[in-house]
Ligand binder design. Structure first.
Ligand SMILES: [Zn+2]
Length: 319
């Protein structure tokens, strides 16, 4: 029997219909239109599910389960969307119940970073690993954790908020309200902020005079040999490594999958990250540790959501 997987981001909504073995068969994509509020977004999800099922030639009544991944914080056990920063109007929304009622398909939500970890574990770069962490560094920084091959979400679904480990006391202000979070320093947003703040004082730098420097501008300038850009990436990499070293000591993983757009900065970021990770973790905790790139590309969220639906359906059959 088929499954439905949904990847709901602040910008894009993707819906897939997958076969019994989890292979994606039909995918539809639409803008989320998050700014238009909760009711509008929920309507769009329900309409996109109907569209995908129709394109696939599958009646809703034949679908086993629906899995949906979305930005945290969410509470998977309670089926609640708590308050994602980029989905305005979603405050304590019982989305499992709403989607189950609207589609007639048993629906299960989870944090998107966790589902990406699950997707890589079941079908991507992390197959066969039982203790693994998937870290994604892009606009924000998040992680999904699998222990003994199973998702670890914590008591209320908040585990894995690596981006909000405080790595610098009194450091830059984070979107969460704290200061010195990893995300405020090493995410794409943090790198852009560092460039914006330091470039005006460095007339010799290629970043000087850029009105709104982006993380990609910093990477491009570093590749061209710009000292300021190189130093910004080195600083970001070094703090990223500090947080990764903490994860390594805490969880002693076999595998870290490191993804997200910022990782494309390559050795400018990854060299300092490695050094700092090694300085801040035990050698014994790193024994046999592999750090790899994700294998699933843009569909990772959809594949993770489908795999989650398959797991939930299996749990339901057992109980
Ligand atoms: Zn924070």
């Amino acid at each position: 029997m088929p499954y439905v997987g949904i990847d709901l981001g602040g910008t894009q909504l993707r819906v897939a219909v997958a076969d019994d073995r989890g292979r994606l068969r039909t995918v539809v994509r639409h803008p989320t239109e998050a700014a238009r509020g909760r009711q509008h977004v929920i309507k769009r999800i329900v309409a996109a599910v109907a569209e995908a099922l129709e394109a696939d030639g599958t009646p809703a009544g034949r679908v086993h389960a629906l899995g949906i991944g979305l930005p945290g914080p969410v509470d998977p056990a309670a089926g609640l969307v708590i308050s994602p920063a980029n989905l305005p109007g979603f405050r304590n929304v019982p989305l499992n119940r709403i989607l189950t009622r609207a589609t007639g398909i048993p629906s299960f939500l989870h944090h998107d970073a966790h589902l990406a970890a699950l997707g890589e574990h079941r079908r991507g770069a992390a197959r066969g690993a039982s203790e693994l962490i998937y870290v994604t560094v892009s606009t924000g920084i998040g992680a999904g954790i699998l222990l003994r091959g199973e998702l670890y979400a914590g008591a209320h679904g908040i585990a894995g908020e690596v981006g909000h480990i405080v790595v610098q006391r009194d450091g830059p202000l984070c979107t969460c309200g704290n200061r010195g979070c990893l995300e405020a320093i090493a995410s794409g947003t943090g790198i852009a902020r560092a460039a914006r703040e330091s470039a005006p004082r460095r007339p010799g730098s290629a970043l000087h005079g850029l009105l709104e420097p982006h993380a990609e501008d910093v990477v491009r300038a570093a590749r061209a040999g710009d000292e300021l850009a190189t130093a910004i990436l080195e600083n970001a990499g070094s703090y990223l490594g500090l947080a990764m070293g903490t994860l390594v000591n805490l969880f002693n993983p076999q595998l870290i999958v490191l993804g997200g757009s910022v990782i494309k900065a390559g050795h400018f970021l990854l060299g300092p990250m490695r050094r700092s990770m090694n300085d801040s973790s035990w050698k014994a905790a790193r024994r046999g540790l592999r750090i790899v790139r994700p294998a699933l590309g843009d569909d990772v969220g959809l594949i993770g959501a489908v795999e989650f639906a398959r797991l939930q359906a299996r749990h339901a059959r057992k109980t």
